[in-house]
Design a protein around this ligand. Structure first.
Ligand SMILES: Cc1cc2nc3c(=O)[nH]c(=O)nc-3n(C[C@H](O)[C@H](O)[C@H](O)COP(=O)(O)OP(=O)(O)OC[C@H]3O[C@@H](n4cnc5c(N)ncnc54)[C@H](O)[C@@H]3O)c2cc1C
Length: 351
């Protein structure tokens, strides 16, 4: 049975609201439904919207069975599925389980009110539930260089496709998978690519990609500046500084992609009272139940790893759903017991 969204009001709260319909949010919805909870998944975009916004030609590093939800097989002839296959699979999952979704609705605030939660959306709609799972991932908020010119129109913190950049000079900043894969794809589509990395060597890069980038650097196909930081971006150029000798070089550049990692939606987490580590932005939560420092407010999936986004991904984040729902059920049983004991004692006092 699906729940009518409109029942999730202050007068008619539901058991659970899940914020985010990424793989983790869907996994939580499946478990909530199996457990018979009234639930709603609120998503700012379409189903698995973050993945929809990934680079259009990307291939996942995980093999398909490691991305499965609800024990439904994910079949593809490829060793590693493409973005389109993953989107198609998760769309099918939501249909199959008839998940209760409220799409294109962005939650902007979590209000903790009188043992219940009130969620406020961008359009000032309000939804109320006893428990909340925040499964918002990290893909909306990128780390920033903090340099002049970073917000110019030819600078983008997200990369989607290569064709706009053929025969142009492109700087890619970063040294992990996103930067390396973007540099390679742009190079293969006719862009003149410069990779700028603050480290002295590339970070953790997929083992089957590493020889490719190393050889492109060796043969001069991609120019690289290691141990270097961007100091300023201007229209048509950027200034890069070598950290070892402080030498500054001005490079002619048409487009800039700073791809230096992501971070969770801190204002949203803080609005609900979730404590965040000042350095890593990792929320305070119980590693077994995923309940945060705020009773009844849970986190699940990638949002739980703060800025250390390489630690929780679909493969392990999907596993958060079961323990959370089990904890919600146990908590409900305990509350019911307390209530019935209170009733008995009240009866004793007031016969
Ligand atoms: C290029 C790339 C390749 C990757 N490849 C792999 C891989 O091969 N295998 C793997 O396991 N992982 C991979 N990952 C990591 C993986 O995609 C993420 O860890 C995963 O998507 C996290 O799932 P999630 O459901 O926790 O968060 P997300 O998938 O980010 O989903 C969060 C959802 O919440 C929604 N949302 C956010 N804020 C709000 C709000 N305020 N209100 C309402 N909705 C909101 C978003 O729109 C989104 O749909 C990759 C990541 C990238 C960037």
């Amino acid at each position: 049975m699906t729940i009518d969204n409109r029942q999730s009001t202050i007068e008619n709260p539901i058991d659970l609201i899940i914020i985010g319909a990424g793989p983790t949010g869907l996994a939580c919805g499946i478990e909530a439904k199996k457990a018979g909870l009234s639930y709603l998944i609120i998503e700012q975009g379409g189903i698995t919207d973050a993945i929809r916004r990934f680079p259009v030609n990307m291939t996942f590093f995980s093999t398909p069975e490691l991305l499965e939800l609800g024990d439904i097989p994910f079949t593809t002839p490829n060793v590693r599925p493409t973005r389109v296959e993953v989107l198609q699979y998760y769309r099918g999952i939501s249909d199959y389980f008839e998940l209760n979704l409220k799409l294109f609705t962005k939650v902007s605030e979590i209000k903790n009110q009188d043992k219940r939660f009130n969620l406020v959306t961008d359009s000032r709609e309000e939804f109320t539930a006893d428990k909340i799972i925040v499964a918002t991932g990290y893909f909306d908020y990128t780390n920033r260089l903090g340099v002049k010119g970073e917000d110019l129109p030819h600078v983008s913190h997200f990369y989607t496709e290569p064709y706009a950049y053929s025969q142009t000079d492109v700087a890619v900043i970063g040294g992990r998978n996103s930067a390396v894969e973007t540099a390679l794809e742009l190079y293969r589509h006719g862009a003149r690519v410069t990779l700028i990395h603050r480290g002295s060597e590339l970070g953790a890069v997929k083992y089957w990609i590493l020889p490719d980038i190393e050889n492109r650097i060796k043969d001069g196909g991609i120019t690289v500046y290691f141990d270097s930081v961007v100091e300023e971006i201007a229209t048509g150029s950027l200034v890069v500084r070598d950290k070892k000798d402080n030498k500054r070089t001005t490079l002619p550049i048409d487009f800039v992609f700073p791809l230096i990692g992501y971070r969770p939606n801190e204002p949203l987490l803080r609005s609900g009272g979730i404590a965040l580590d000042s350095k890593t932005v990792i929320p305070e939560y119980n590693k077994t139940t995923f309940e945060t420092n705020v009773r009844g407010l849970y986190i699940a999936g990638s949002v739980a790893c703060g800025c250390e986004t390489w630690n929780i991904f679909i493969e392990n984040g999907r596993a958060h759903a079961k323990p959370i729902i089990e904890h919600i059920l146990t908590d409900r049983e305990n509350m019911a017991e307390v209530r019935s004991e209170t009733d008995v004692s009240e009866e004793t006092i007031c016969p």
